[in-house]
Design a protein around this ligand. Sequence first.
Ligand code: NAP
Ligand code: HSE
Length: 424
Amino acid sequence: MKDKIKIGLIGLGTVGSGVYKTLRSFDNIEIVKIAVRDKNKKRDIENLDESIITDNPYEVVNDPEIQIVAELIGGINPAFDLIKTAVKNGKHIVTANKELLAKHGEELFNVAEANNKVVLYEAAIAGGIPLIMPVKTILAGNKITKIKAILNGTTNYILTKMDMQGSSYDEVLKEAQELGYAESDPTSDVEGFDAAYKITTLATIAFHKRIKFENVYREGITKIRPEDMKAANEMGYKIKLIASAELNENGQADVRVHPMLIRKTQTLAHIDYVTNAVTLSGHPVGDVTLSGPGAGEFPTASSVVGDILAIVSEIGNTDYLLPMMRCRHEENAKSIEISDTENKYYLSMTARNSIGVIGRIGKACEDNNISLASIVQKEVEKDNSARITVITEICKEKDMQNVVNIFKNDPAIISVNSLIRVQL
Ligand code: NAP
Ligand code: HSE
């Protein structure tokens, strides 16, 4: 009988608890130490062995007995230093930390390779969906050039509940936090940072070129209004927070996160609540869509435990574990600025119900090379204002921003309420 593989956990929150509960049933694994911030916190875990809990995470990374460290605290500090210390001390790493991967992936993987250790991170992108291992192994023969995805469970949960049940934004955000979906600071979810971290790493491994997080365009969902959802529905769309990445023939990457109107005939329009989905387009495979729970205790634990078991199965059998899961690319991708992209747009404005407003809107668009697919003026309000909804044909982002500025300065237009890109 082989010795049990010794594991150290850093973090026993939503994800750490799921990992602890799941790993306990594996006879070949022993959790020997767990680091938390507050040792006195009441934890909803039956038969938790309190004797292995410490509030000093360096006790985990410096423990000579531990072979694999699962970093489940998140953020940059102290997570980054803890992982580097663990690697230098000869431990393999499993992490769910998308922020760290997106911001310091290069250094992290270089340190790991220099010490011949692996860093696996299936849980960091799209929670319970098996994604990293498929991209790095069975899809390795493909040239992937496009990714369209819903990568944040919290925002998808919020948008779905606002849309289907008319729930208020604040109420649903609170629910998502209680369910363990949201980040410790939910600004990361609702302002699109979390999805931007995830698409940075996913596009990097899919395109075999490093994407810089600072080159990823990002908008969140905080400006989406119930009125936009209603208008989108009436026109045959759903509003989703979409993370996308596209590599053009010149090797330039257009990587972004922003809300989008998605046609109800498309799969992503029907990915609801905490579910995530990722469509990868590549040659020779074509389009592959993977979907499943994107956040939460047990779905995320499934990915962390899968990574731990992959390492466990190799320890003692080879000196160079999991070669296909290692970081291989060295080249940085050239990036495209959002202002140089072309999109279709939904624009909502409130205007005075005066003669010629629609004509002026049409003229401003014409002057800026924007063709309109539709323009609708709904009922006039008691204050003599009217809501005008425009959908454009494909046009340049620069031209669209010019037009929005013109409308903002037009005395007949009371407010520009929303500008949301529309799926092509
Ligand atoms: P969480 O519930 O807030 O748990 C964080 C855990 O880390 C807590 O146990 C906390 O201790 C511990 N901790 C924080 N700082 C520490 C420190 N300096 N030293 C020792 N322990 C420390 O967070 P979570 O939702 O589990 O998320 C953990 C990681 O997984 C993050 O990177 C997150 O982005 C990622 N992730 C989360 C999900 C999800 O659905 N929640 C899904 C995928 C990935 P106390 O318990 O004492 O406070
Ligand atoms: N806060 C993240 C989300 C957790 O809602 O998707 C999963 O990464």
